[in-house]
Design a protein around this ligand. Structure first.
Ligand code: BDP
Length: 720
């Protein structure tokens, strides 16, 4: 890679020097701003951007100023010329309310109609001056527009006749950090938590600002700093001072801070004898706590709560409902404009009911009982964040309660920190699934966008960020962070187009790189599903850390923690009967969905064993038996990783050596682990069905005992 050192400006030299210190370690994410190598192109942009007039004087205006300096000076290799009056070839940037009427009055009208975080970007002539106008409906909207503009330049797009208007389709676009106060990260595979609680509030790690920049650049406007398996200490005054320091840093980037609330905090922190949500002392405690928080952080977002789930305390400890629990917190934050996000990820060790049915059964009857400032956060599928699940039946099932999507960006069940799996495809499949809840076309995305309250719509992603220099452990984990942000802004976007943008911003605009990497990414999810859990299988991971295969596990205390609970393989067949002859989980979907998923013939094969128990010898659409087909999927998975390696190697000369090697080494791990998944799974299924391997199928490299004997006591991300 040529470096910008040939440029004589001192500023550029310093920037370049810093980059060289860390070379291409991935720290800069998709905000690289490297100098445009093509002279003609660079000159074109320089001519279009003779000066910048920045009219936004808010704290966000300062952020915009700094980002433009960084971006334009990096990309164009020249100093930004700031001007406080109209000029030719000028980028004019402002915000509703601070926009002088003489500047394109027609814009003012359009601005009226623009939602709060929207922006307009337009090339036009104002008083004989050819200019590019960028105006946001709020400072955050303007900042989003600035990032959009910089990305256009990064992607070498023309500024001719630009006429672009955008606003987010979902209002709450947030990252959920499963970060503990001791800096371990539950299900984190990229080092430790970036929140340095011990040194906060006085020491402000510069990384916090880069975190805020990265999030703002993809439209993320909320961050939950702490793990859903919550520690009450985060609500203690000294910790709230630390939270305030972060909230102050993030505010100019349009990012609000949220915290997880441990339901029993009134007991642990407030020394009350109970946390019963209907007890007046408990209600007062939460009100006082909210007032204490808002005194420090006037725009505090609110609370995220995991209650009565996997051992967490909750209202049911006091024989109250989830609505009672959510409402006590909602009442506490309501005077300050706060919200409560209550998670629907619940299942009971007491109930013999199919785990896939339990969230729906608990929550749908409560529709209408939640306060107006409560959202219920629902995982994309009915069990957990499995490699592939059908969409959660709660989407479209609650008409009075805003539902928020919860995706997992960190790859707990998808290869963790070492597998290249582009999750944009998974999320697209879920978002575009038709719930038929209000007739055809009621996709999951629509149910999110058109909930009962237009101000309470949203999407959360469990973050994959840590202290690793490249933020996400695997370089391609960055693509998942990026894609999540883009989809939370507009859930209708295609995974392929988002991948394309990420590649251009992160690696190169060269067609060969774009094509090769896009193909790698777009095939990667299916590849992973193939070697881990093909044909609708799920939850076959080893115990605790969920690293590697463990389909044989059957000795955990709770039945639904055991993989055998999910696959139900026996000598006759495999799969979970969720039709009327089984658990009837299918009954929670709309009739049209039931008609398809509920019939083994019509059910899309990717969900077959999720809904049906199928005999090993059943003939599939391909003409092969289920057993043969299963083996083929495992082989396709292993071959898919091999293809990724060949593809990556083919563009070696187009990628800088450092990032090339990082990814190449990870692919080696992935190849080994894909084979491990395949072999261990086939060895186990054979031990159950006693069938010979289909002709042409390689035998597993080891016997089942070997796979069962493997242990990984220090695998990362374990739940404490
Ligand atoms: C599961 C994770 C566990 C989380 C839980 C949750 O294994 O660590 O606490 O989800 O979402 O997938 O609460």
């Amino acid at each position: 890679m040529k470096k910008a050192t040939c440029i004589s400006f001192g500023f550029i030299w310093i920037v370049s020097f810093t980059f060289q210190l860390h070379a291409e370690d991935g720290y800069r994410l998709w905000l690289r701003y490297d100098r445009i190598e093509n002279d003609d192109l660079r000159t074109y942009y320089q001519k279009q951007l003779e000066s910048v007039w920045l009219l936004d004087t808010s704290a966000t205006g300062k952020v915009i100023h700094d980002e433009l300096v960084r971006g334009l000076e990096g990309l164009l290799g020249t100093t930004v010329h700031w001007e406080n009056k109209l000029g030719d070839h000028q980028l004019v940037i402002g915000t509703r309310g601070q926009w002088p009427a003489f500047l394109a009055p027609s814009l003012l009208k359009e601005l009226e109609a623009l939602p709060r975080e929207g922006f307009i970007l337009r090339t036009m002539v104002v008083r004989d001056h050819p200019v590019i106008l960028l105006v946001g409906a709020s400072p955050a909207g303007t900042l989003y527009g600035v990032f959009h503009f910089l990305q256009m330049v990064q992607m070498h797009q023309s500024l001719e006749g630009v006429d672009h208007q955008e606003a987010p389709r979902l209002q709450i676009r947030m990252l959920d950090h499963w970060d503990n106060l001791d800096r371990t990260v539950e299900r984190g595979y990229a080092g430790f938590s970036i929140w340095d609680w011990h040194r906060l509030p006085d020491y402000l790690d510069p990384r916090y600002l880069d975190y805020a920049r990265a999030n703002a650049s993809i439209g993320i406007n909320g961050t939950v700093l702490t793990n859903v398996n919550a520690n009450h200490l985060i609500l203690r005054s000294d910790y709230l001072d630390k939270v305030k320091a972060l909230a102050d840093l993030f505010r100019p980037y349009g990012i609000k801070v949220y915290l997880t609330a441990r339901f029993s905090a009134p007991v642990e922190l407030g020394h009350l004898p109970t946390a019963d949500p209907l007890d007046p002392r408990v209600r007062q405690w939460w009100r006082d706590k909210a007032a204490e928080i808002y005194a420090r952080i006037p725009d505090f977002g609110g609370f995220l709560v995991k209650a009565n789930s996997e051992g967490q305390p909750g209202p049911q400890n006091y024989h109250r409902s989830h609505a009672d629990g959510a409402n006590v917190l909602a009442d506490a934050v309501q005077p300050f404009g706060g919200i409560v996000i209550w998670r629907a990820f619940v299942y009971s060790d007491k109930s013999p009911e199919d785990r896939a049915k339990q969230a729906y059964q608990e929550f749908v009857p409560l529709d209408g009982q939640f306060r107006h400032n409560v959202l219920v956060q629902v995982k994309n599928g009915p069990i957990d964040f499995q490699p592939r699940e059908p969409f959660h039946p709660m989407f479209g099932a609650m008409h009075k309660t805003p539902l928020m999507m919860e995706f997992q960006i960190t790859q707990e069940y998808l290869g963790q920190g070492t597998h290249l799996v582009y999750l944009g495809s998974l999320w697209e499949e879920v978002l575009q699934a038709d719930t038929y809840a209000s007739g055809p076309g009621t996709t999951v995305a629509r149910t999110l966008e058109q909930g009962p309250d237009p101000y309470l719509t949203g999407m959360a992603g469990v973050a994959n960020i840590g202290t690793d220099r490249n933020w996400t452990g695997h370089l391609f984990g960055q693509a998942n962070w990026y894609a999540f942000g883009r989809l939370s802004w507009n859930p209708e976007q295609s995974a392929a187009s988002i991948a394309e943008d990420w590649i251009r911003l992160t690696f190169s605009n060269q067609p060969v790189v774009r094509k090769t990497v896009r193909e790698m990414m777009m095939n990667s999810w299916e590849t992973c599903v193939n070697y881990m859990t093909p044909l609708g299988l799920a939850h076959l991971m080893a115990t605790g850390h969920h690293y590697g295969p463990g389909p044989w596990v059957n000795d955990l205390s709770r039945p639904e923690w055991n993989p055998v609970y999910y696959h139900r393989a026996d000598a006759g067949g495999i799969g979970f009967d969720r039709t009327a002859t089984g658990s009837n989980a299918i009954g929670q979907y709309a009739q049209t969905v039931q008609d398809s998923f509920g019939s083994p013939e019509k059910c899309p094969e990717q969900y077959l064993l999720w809904f049906h128990h199928v005999a090993w010898q059943t003939t599939m659409k391909s003409g092969f038996t289920l057993w043969e087909s299963l083996c083929q999927h495992y082989d396709a998975g292993v071959a898919g990783v091999r293809h990724m390696i060949t593809a990556w190697e083919s563009i070696r000369s187009d990628i800088d050596p450092e990032r090339y090697d990082q990814v190449r080494m990870m692919l080696t791990i992935q190849q080994r682990e894909a084979l491990w998944w395949r072999d261990a799974s086939i060895a186990y299924w054979q031990s159950v069905n006693g069938l010979n391997l289909p002709p042409g199928t390689d035998p597993p490299r080891h016997n089942l005992d070997y796979y069962q004997s493997l242990s990984f006591p220090f695998a990362p991300g374990i739940k404490p």
